[in-house]
Design a protein around this ligand. Structure first.
Ligand code: SAH
Length: 279
């Protein structure tokens, strides 16, 4: 009997006698293993196979017991990320073979996580599939920096967008940022300058506060504040590394500027920009 059967009344766990496998789409949260759900932690214990991507924090991977097989589909030096179709095939094949397969994804599986495609593949193959939500990067980063994504004084709407998509300039982002709104951009590091130009071109104030959160919820986290017009330069100047999130809106001025020790430090120079612009 495994630890899940001993400790947990999870209704979705199949009886040991059933030969059927199952696919679990599990959110690993943004990095800090303490942000994993109890259900996710139990599933890591009872899985036969964990298939994870590169965003899953090392602290979370360390929770996978040694007897559980694990496969990384992350980008590695020798090869690119495994194609989505191959990942779909892998997880479906293993579940059809009777295994309990945990597909572990950074953040939440259904927020820029391609969890929907994997669920579709499971449904098409007749594989039982259950999704376990995770804390998405926006929520984790915002909490760590003390930056409320909504605030009665500053924002009554929040939007998540993907910055790294083709034809950025053709997309209509008007109305997503500005007064009373918070815009959270995932995968926007490489296109930060273009995003800033686009928003300003669409009529958003160049002085709107911005917070860039790097490696949120980890010990190496940085929260860098600036204003929209400086976003592209900030990313270069501070050599912001992936994964990073860009938060645009009045609420960004409320963020605690964090350096990697969680204390005000490197961000002081950014605050000078804010002061100059009287934010
Ligand atoms: N499913 C994930 C998002 C995957 S897309 C979720 O719900 O969070 C990958 C993007 O998420 C990264 O490019 C980055 O923009 C963001 N991200 C993920 N983890 C992050 C972290 N710890 N700190 C900052 N941004 C993060």
């Amino acid at each position: 009997m495994d630890s899940m059967e001993k400790n947990s009344p999870l209704p979705s766990r199949l009886p040991a006698s059933a030969p059927l496998g199952k696919l679990w789409l599990v959110g690993a949260g943004p990095g800090d293993p303490d942000l994993l759900t109890l259900k996710a932690a139990r599933l890591l214990e009872s899985a036969d196979l964990v298939v994870h991507d590169g965003l899953v924090g090392q602290g979370v991977l360390d929770l996978i017991p040694p007897h559980v097989e694990r496969i990384s589909v992350a980008k590695q030096r020798s090869r690119h990320t495994m194609k989505q179709e191959l990942i779909n095939e892998l997880i479906v094949r293993e579940a059809l073979a009777g295994r309990q397969v945990v597909r572990l994804k950074g953040g939440d599986p259904f927020i820029f996580g391609r969890g929907g495609e994997e669920l579709d593949a499971a449904r098409a193959a007749g594989v039982a599939c259950e999704t376990v939500p995770g804390i998405t990067a926006a929520a984790g980063c915002a909490a760590q920096a003390g930056l409320p994504l909504t605030h009665r004084a500053d924002a009554s709407a929040v939007t998540f967008v993907a910055g790294q998509c083709k034809d950025l300039s053709d997309q209509d982002w008007s109305g997503l940022a500005g007064i009373g709104r918070t815009l959270v951009i995932y995968m926007g590091l490489a296109t930060a300058a273009a995003i800033s130009d686009k928003l300003i071109h669409d009529g958003v104030s160049p002085d709107l506060p911005v917070c860039v959160m790097e490696r949120g919820t980890t010990a190496q986290a940085r929260a860098l504040r600036t204003i929209l017009t400086d976003l592209g330069d900030l990313v270069l100047r501070e050599q912001v590394a992936s994964p990073a999130l860009i938060i645009v809106g009045e609420v960004a001025k409320r963020a605690d500027a964090l350096d990697c020790l969680g204390a005000p430090g490197i961000a002081t120079q950014i605050d000078a920009v804010l002061l100059r612009n009287q934010i």
